[in-house]
Design a protein around this ligand. Structure first.
Ligand code: ADP
Ligand code: GLC
Length: 485
C-alpha cells in the first residue's frame, strides 16, 4: 500500500464504460482503477455528456459552481465509476454537453463549433481543484490530451496554485487549435500568447499549452516519446518536445485483464486458456457462421479500428485481393472516414464470403473478433501505444504490426531467433508501404501452417503480463518525483 493520502485528479474527456471513442477511454478507466488499488486517492473529472449522466451512480451534488466566463453556474455531480472503485466528478452543464451526437463531433462527423468553450470549461474546473478549498485537493492534476491542455496554463498563471500538473499525450495528431480570441475568452494573460507559450502559428493550441506549461509530460510508450521529438511524428511540436526532453517520459499502457480475458469474457461463447489455445478455433468457426463467411481452415484476419489516416488502412486496401486469393478471410469492424468506409464496403461486396465489413462501433463484436481471429492487422503510420495488439496477444491472436510507437514496444517479431528463444509474439514490418505490409502478412500466412511454431507464438503472447499493475507503479513514481520539485 502506497502513500494513501496522495490525492490525484485525473481529467479526461472520455472513460469506459461511461463514454468511449478510442483507447483513451480504456486507459482513463483502467489506470485510475489500478492506482486506487495501490491506495492512491485518484478521482476522475469528466464532462456531463448525456450517456455519462444516464450511467452515473450519483452520490452527491455540488450546486452553484461559478466558472468564468459562463454566465450560469454549473453543477458538479459526484459518483462512482460503474464496476469500479474510482470516484468521478461530472460537470453538469446542459448548454455545453447535453446534446445528441459524439463527445467531440455531431452525428455528421463535424466538430462541435464550441469545442474550445466545452473543453476550456472542463479545464477551468480542473484548475479550480488545483487551488485552495475546492471539494477535493489534489496534489497532482493528471491531464490527458488536448481537451485538458489548458489546465496547466490556467494553473501556471494562478498565484493560489497548489497542484503539480502532468500532461499525458495519447495522440499528437489532435491538438485543439483555435482562434486567438480564446485568450480573452478565458482571461489568460496576453503574454501567454507567444511562441514561448500557447501560441501556435497565430492560433491557440490547447495541446501546446499543456506541453509548455505542465510540470511533466508523459506519453503512452517509450518509442513514441522519442518519435514525437522528430518532424515526422511531432506534428509541428517536435521543437518544444525536444526542448523539454528532460521532462518527458514514456510509460506503456496496460490493459484491463478482467474485461479482456479469454477464459471468462462474457461476450464470447467458447472460453479458452493458454493451456488449450486450440479451443479458440470454436470461436473462429462461430464468427464465420455469424458473419456469413465461407467455412474454411484458412486463417481469419481481424481488424478493429477507428477508420482514420493514422491506422494505415489505405496501405491495406490495395492488397486485399491478394490476401483473399491466398484463401485467407478478413473481418473488419470500424468507423470514421467515409471514403475508407465505402472502399471497404465495396471490397466486401466483391468478396462476400471472404470478407466481412462491419461499419459502426460494437463492443461485443470487438471482443468476438479478438477471440476468433487468427491474426490481427495494425499497419499504423503512427501509434502512440495501441491497445488492440495487446488484446490480441492476450487472446492468442497473432498481431501483424508496423514498427512504430507502442506497436514497436509491445510486439516481438517472429524472426528465426525469436521463435527459437520463445520470445516472438507477432510479425513486424518497417516501411509504411503496401508492399512491405503484404510481405509481412505472407510471412505470417506461411508460419500459420506450422502448427507447433504457431502455437508457440500464441503461448508466448498469452503468457506476457500486460496488466496495469506495473504501469501504475511507474505512474506512482512519476507522481512522487513531481512532488519533489
Ligand atoms: P485508438 O485509441 O487510437 O483508437 P487503441 O488501440 O489505443 O487506438 O484503442 C482503440 C480502442 O477502441 C480499443 O479498445 C478498440 O477495441 C476500440 N475500438 C475501436 N474501434 C472500435 C469499433 N468500431 N467498435 C468497437 N470497439 C472499437
Ligand atoms: C490514442 C492512441 C493510441 C493509444 C490510446 C490510449 O488514441 O492513438 O495509440 O493506445 O490513445 O493511450
Amino acid at each position: 500500500m502506497k502513500d494513501s493520502k496522495l490525492p490525484v485528479l485525473f481529467v479526461t474527456s472520455e472513460a469506459y464504460p461511461l463514454i468511449k471513442t478510442g483507447g483513451l477511454a480504456d486507459v482513463s478507466a483502467a489506470l485510475p482503477n489500478a492506482l486506487r488499488k495501490m491506495g492512491i486517492d485518484v478521482r476522475l473529472l469528466l464532462p456531463g455528456y448525456p450517456v455519462v449522466l444516464e450511467q452515473l451512480s450519483l452520490i452527491e451534488v455540488h450546486e452553484n459552481i461559478r466558472v468564468f466566463p459562463l454566465q450560469e453556474p454549473v453543477r458538479l455531480l459526484a459518483g462512482i465509476m460503474p464496476d469500479s472503485i474510482t470516484p468521478v466528478y461530472v460537470v453538469e452543464c446542459p448548454a455545453l454537453y447535453e446534446r445528441k451526437g459524439g463527445p467531440y463531433q455531431d452525428s455528421n462527423g463535424k466538430s462541435w463549433y464550441d469545442n474550445p468553450l466545452r473543453f476550456g470549461i472542463l479545464s477551468k474546473i480542473a484548475a479550480k481543484f488545483g487551488q485552495h478549498h475546492f471539494l477535493f485537493k489534489p496534489q497532482i492534476i493528471h491531464c490527458n490530451d488536448w481537451q485538458t491542455g489548458l489546465v496547466p496554463a490556467f494553473l501556471n498563471f494562478d498565484s493560489k496554485r497548489q497542484a503539480k500538473t502532468l500532461m499525458s499525450i495519447h495522440n499528437m495528431a489532435y491538438q485543439g487549435v483555435f482562434g486567438p480570441e480564446i485568450i480573452a475568452l478565458f482571461g489568460l494573460p496576453p503574454e501567454s500568447f507567444q511562441m514561448s507559450g500557447l501560441e501556435y502559428y497565430g492560433q491557440v493550441s490547447f495541446l501546446k499549452a499543456g506541453l509548455y506549461y505542465s510540470d511533466w509530460i508523459s506519453t503512452v510508450s517509450p518509442t513514441y516519446a522519442k518519435e514525437i521529438q522528430t518532424p515526422e511524428y511531432g506534428c509541428g511540436l517536435e521543437g518544444l518536445l525536444t526542448q523539454r526532453q528532460n521532462k518527458l517520459s514514456g510509460i506503456l499502457n496496460g490493459i484491463d485483464t478482467i474485461a479482456w480475458n479469454p477464459e471468462s469474457d462474457p461476450n464470447i461463447k467458447n472460453h479458452y486458456s493458454i493451456k488449450k489455445v486450440v479451443n479458440k478455433k470454436r470461436n473462429t468457426q462461430a464468427l464465420r457462421t455469424q458473419l456469413n463467411l465461407a467455412p474454411t481452415t484458412a486463417p481469419l484476419l481481424g481488424i478493429i479500428t477507428r477508420l482514420a489516416e493514422q491506422k494505415g488502412i489505405d496501405l491495406l486496401i490495395p492488397i486485399i485481393s491478394e490476401i483473399i486469393k491466398s484463401g485467407a478471410q478478413i473481418v473488419i469492424l470500424g468507423s470514421g472516414d467515409k471514403g475508407l468506409e465505402s472502399s471497404l464496403e465495396n471490397l466486401a461486396k466483391t468478396y462476400p464470403k471472404q470478407m466481412s465489413v462491419n461499419i459502426g462501433y460494437d463492443e461485443k463484436l470487438a471482443h468476438q473478433i479478438e477471440a476468433a481471429a487468427d491474426m490481427f492487422l495494425m499497419p499504423s503510420k503512427f501509434e502512440p501505444c495501441g491497445l488492440n495488439q495487446i488484446y490480441s496477444m492476450r487472446y492468442g491472436t497473432i498481431p501483424i504490426v508496423r514498427r512504430t510507437g507502442g506497436l514497436a514496444d509491445t510486439v516481438i517479431d517472429a524472426t528465426l531467433e525469436n521463435i527459437k528463444n520463445k520470445t516472438a509474439t507477432g510479425f513486424v514490418f518497417d516501411k509504411a508501404s503496401s508492399d512491405e505490409l503484404l510481405l509481412c502478412i505472407q510471412r505470417a500466412l506461411k508460419l500459420f501452417h506450422d502448427d507447433k511454431k504457431w502455437t508457440g507464438l500464441q503461448v508466448n503472447g498469452m503468457s506476457r503480463d500486460f496488466s496495469w499493475h506495473k504501469r501504475a507503479e511507474e505512474y506512482y513514481s512519476l507522481y512522487q518525483n513531481l512532488l519533489k520539485f
